[in-house]
Design a protein. Sequence first.
Length: 90
Amino acid sequence: MVWMSWTLPTALFFGGIALILVAMTTWQIVSPCVERKGFLPIVTSRGDRLFIGLLTSAFIHLTFVALTEVALLVATALSVIWMIILMRWG
């Protein structure tokens, strides 16, 4: 990753996203999903919920950076909890 001048946290972040995408693709191949309606006001598939979760997790982190002095690990923990809730019941 030196050729892109990435820091370790940046490389870990994008590596994590890549692993999530590989895991979701494998899960879709092994067990195709059926669209359903949870607490979100739209019918969604697993991929839709993943996208919504990643997008809202970015907003959670941006909010923490803009409005608080709290460590980003707190925002990350909240994002993980949000993703679990969204993927399960969204």
